[in-house]
Design a protein around this ligand. Structure first.
Ligand code: AMP
Length: 289
């Protein structure tokens, strides 16, 4: 079956209501396009769990705190449409900026460390823009389930918090990070890396894996410092942060928690491109060590 493309909110609402009236479930995968296997993994998961799957492509201007990042964000519509068709996606929602924002709009949410630390600190306004658009998209599509990647770990945690606070009737499904065969986390921004930068970027996941091998011998505060130092010494990399926090509360950790998972989170520039990655350290892995 071929994919249907909607550009209007009313078309999506009508479609979603019709699916709901037939007692079928809708799975929703919001994206900013320039699709890769990470996005496709979310769609595959949604297809396995829902009767119909809708993907949105919307490069949301209000979540970019850097205008050149927005201007240079890759846009590959024809390729995306083919990938979505091949993946068996039912509907693509491809709205204009005016369709989503008839007037300027940015709500503010405060979830303490979850919204104010790390990405919240280094990208002021980013999370308010992201949550505003996710809130609006969920309200338009009204899916039973919405799928997000753990690649954006802090984003996923915030979306869960926002959905709970706003009492939106949707199940948020988190999906594992998909990596290239050499370990680099897939990202639309990777296509902007030069071949040299692409090689230099590998230090990010190398340091994350190294830290994982050292959790038995060191506490998280030591490893946070060591991870940051290793990134600083890596050719071509300018890290903004490397830190290990409680995966639920985002509190920086002095010692390994016994009741919660931990997560090592990193953001680093490679040339002009800002990349993020992370690795969850399960409490089970810790208690076994
Ligand atoms: P984006 O288009 O970058 O806004 O991403 C759309 C969704 O795909 C978000 O939920 C991301 O977390 C998810 N995503 C992006 N890259 C990956 C990846 N490498 N593995 C898994 N999910 C990803």
């Amino acid at each position: 079956m071929s994919i249907v493309v909607f550009e209007k909110i009313t078309e999506v609402r009508t479609w979603s209501e019709r699916i709901g009236a037939s007692d079928l479930s809708v799975g929703f995968v919001p994206t900013m396009g320039a699709l890769h296997e990470g996005h496709i993994s979310l769609i595959d998961r949604a297809k396995g769990e829902c009767d119909r799957v809708i993907v949105s492509i919307f490069v949301n201007p209000t979540q970019f705190n850097n205008s050149s990042d927005l201007a240079n964000y890759p846009r590959t519509y024809d390729r995306d449409l083919k990938l979505l068709t091949d993946a068996g996606c039912d509907v693509l929602f491809f709205p204009s900026v005016a369709e989503i924002y008839p007037k300027p709009e940015k709500r503010h949410w405060d979830f303490g460390l979850l919204s104010n630390s790390l990405e919240g600190f280094f990208r002021p306004g980013h999370f308010d823009g992201m949550l505003t658009v996710v809130y609006k998209l969920l309200e338009i599509v009204r899916p039973q389930r919405a799928y997000f990647g753990e690649k954006d770990f802090q984003q996923l945690s915030l979306i869960r918090a926002m959905v709970q606070q706003e009492q939106i009737p949707v199940e948020i499904v988190g999906c594992p990070i998909i990596r290239e065969s050499d370990g680099l986390a897939m990202s639309s921004r990777n296509m902007r890396l030069t071949p040299d930068e692409r090689q230099q970027a590998l230090a990010i996941n190398r340091v994350l894996y190294y830290i994982l091998t050292a959790i038995d011998q060191s506490d998280p505060s030591e490893l946070s410092v060591r991870g940051f130092e290793l990134l600083t010494k890596s050719a071509g990399l300018r890290p903004e942060y490397f830190t290990i926090v409680n995966a639920r509360t985002f509190e920086p950790l002095a010692t390994w928690p016994t009741n919660d998972d931990s997560v090592a989170l990193v953001a680093a520039y490679v040339g002009e491109i800002r990349l993020i990655d992370n690795m969850v350290i399960k409490k089970k892995a810790l208690s076994e060590s």
